[in-house]
Design a protein around this ligand. Structure first.
Ligand code: NAD
Length: 484
């Protein structure tokens, strides 16, 4: 039986790519191919940009409240198809179904937040900046924007940008990850129901050629990128070279510190979710666990016990807490890091390498894996593994924790568990990462706050969603006015 082939969505039509190159889409729990995705070409990109450019002026002159009404309809359509989106997501990405539901919920929250456009996009005004002269500024849309997104959140990440781009009057192109193209395809099928004008939203499937086609295209005003740091840096540099706006969010190595006064019992469920949820494939996942002082032995014992209890399996099974990693190649990459940890002298206290899941012999599973006695200079304490592998670095005091956080190559998120307000304040004040959790293991801002890191975790200066996303998608035109 032939596998379904993903199509591009251009100018309100589902169209075949003109490529001769295709990739496979996998069900990572079963280790089976489930679809094919075209690796699109620059011609596909040209067609999408042409459609988006043609649609722009009419869309830009549609009143903001009318544009927002499409989003109200879209919210309803997403709610009606909520379970279906979550199921497609788990099938191709592998995460537990409840995590997919959480992701779809977060996606919808961005649609909801963007409907506040009439308030969020209001400009500035000041009378009498000089005698009889007034000054005011409009936020004006700019044209065609695009998003290039990663595999770990196939639904949500594109929607940190898309609803805001649309509601502010721009037209849009999404390039989903070639590893998980089905979820965004389902989302676009649902979006088709709300009757947006042709060309306002478009989707082109593919890999590097599509990305480079977007980066090189003179009619694209700006790019929102989310993915690994080397790719983010490349995207940033290319956009700067061609004068495009760019926000490029990259990888992470998040530290979670446990102070001696922390409530371990209450914190444990959120700790296991932080390190093993999404099989560690979250840019906000805990990666380095840092017990401070004499809490270490008790914490390690309880954390290992909790990790052993985790139910690993097919994400579509409601009992599953942790699914597989995305691919055979990524599984090998995670196993290589585990090997590296052993070679560098860390103590492997829970080994997930030969993990078997009954009924899924070909799935890309790695079991929960924990290293103790990791030192800050080891590879597994420094590089992003993006799998269910925890590196425990024991620290003597808060200064050591903060130094560890601020000397990582990344600065996305960091968390602390403590019952002291003073300790929490000192931590949040001094650490470099932009997202901080206090007695929270995943420091995920909601749609009305900005999302993004610092250092090598983000290139560019305007973050995702929140209020400031409107700055990214608009130019401020200031008028200085006098009447005689
Ligand atoms: P990736 O960088 O491999 O791919 C992301 C996108 O870039 C994909 O659409 C891919 O097709 C494209 N791409 C990849 N390499 C390219 C190249 N050399 N030239 C042109 N295009 C290229 O990332 P991924 O593996 O899909 O996602 C995982 C990474 O994303 C992790 O590092 C994770 O931390 C990061 N991430 C970050 C955030 C954040 O908010 N900072 C959120 C989610 C994921």
């Amino acid at each position: 039986m032939s596998l379904p082939m993903m199509k591009n969505y251009i100018n309100g039509d589902w169209v075949d790519s003109n490529t001769a190159t295709y990739g496979d889409v996998w069900n990572p729990a079963k280790g089976e191919k489930i679809a094919q995705v075209p690796y699109g070409t620059k011609e596909d990109v040209d067609a999408a940009v042409k459609a988006a450019k043609k649609a722009y002026w009419e869309w830009r002159t549609t009143p903001p409240l009318s544009r927002a009404r499409y989003l109200f309809r879209l919210k309803d359509a997403f709610e009606e198809n909520f379970e279906e989106i979550a199921e497609v997501l788990t099938t191709e990405q592998g995460k537990a179904i409840d995590e997919s539901r959480g992701e779809v919920r977060r996606m919808i929250e961005n649609v909801e937040h963007a409907t506040g456009v009439t308030t969020l996009m209001c400009g500035y005004t000041l009378e009498d900046i000089a005698k009889d002269i007034d000054c005011y500024g409009h936020r004006q849309p700019m044209g065609v924007f695009a998003a290039i997104v990663p595999y770990n959140f196939p639904a949500m990440v594109a929607w940190w940008f898309l609803p805001y781009a649309l509601v502010s009057g721009n037209t849009y192109i999404v390039k989903p990850s070639e590893q998980v193209p089905m979820t965004q395809t389902k989302i676009f099928e649902i979006m088709e129901e709300i009757g947006l004008p042709e060309g306002v939203v478009n989707m082109v499937h593919g890999a590097h050629d599509v990305v480079n086609g977007l980066l090189d295209h003179p009619d694209i005003e700006g790019i929102s990128f989310v993915g690994a740091s080397p790719t983010a840096k490349y995207i940033y540099q290319q956009c700067c070279a061609t004068g495009k706006r760019v926000q490029a969010l990259g990888g992470a190595k998040n530290i979670v510190a446990i102070m001696p006064d922390a409530d371990i019992e209450q914190g444990m469920p959120s700790l296991t979710t932080s390190f093993f949820g999404c099989a560690g494939q979250r840019c906000l996942s805990g990666s380095v666990l840092v017990p401070v002082g004499d809490v270490a032995d008790e914490l390690v014992e309880k954390f290992v016990a909790a990790a052993k209890d985790i139910k690993v399996g097919n994400g579509l099974d409601e009992q599953t807490f942790m699914g597989p990693v995305i691919s055979a190649a990524h599984k090998q990459r995670v196993l290589d890091y585990i090997e590296k940890g052993i070679q560098e002298g860390a103590k492997l206290v829970l080994d997930g390498r030969d993990f078997k899941v009954e009924g899924y012999p070909k799935g890309f599973f790695v079991g929960p894996t924990i290293f103790d006695n990791v030192t800050p200079d080891m590879t597994i304490a420094s590089e992003e593994i993006f799998g269910p592998v925890v590196s425990i670095v024991r620290a003597k005091n808060l200064d050591e924790v903060i130094s560890l956080v601020n000397t990582r190559n990344y600065a996305n998120a960091s968390c602390i568990y403590t019952s002291s307000g003073a300790t929490a304040r000192e931590f949040k004040y001094r650490v470099k990462p932009s997202m901080v959790g206090i007695n929270i293991g995943i420091a995920a801002p909601m749609s009305f706050f900005p999302f993004g890191g610092a250092g090598n975790s983000m290139f560019g200066d305007t973050k995702g969603h929140g209020q400031e996303i409107f700055n990214f998608f608009t130019d401020t035109k200031v008028v200085i006015e006098r009447w005689f």
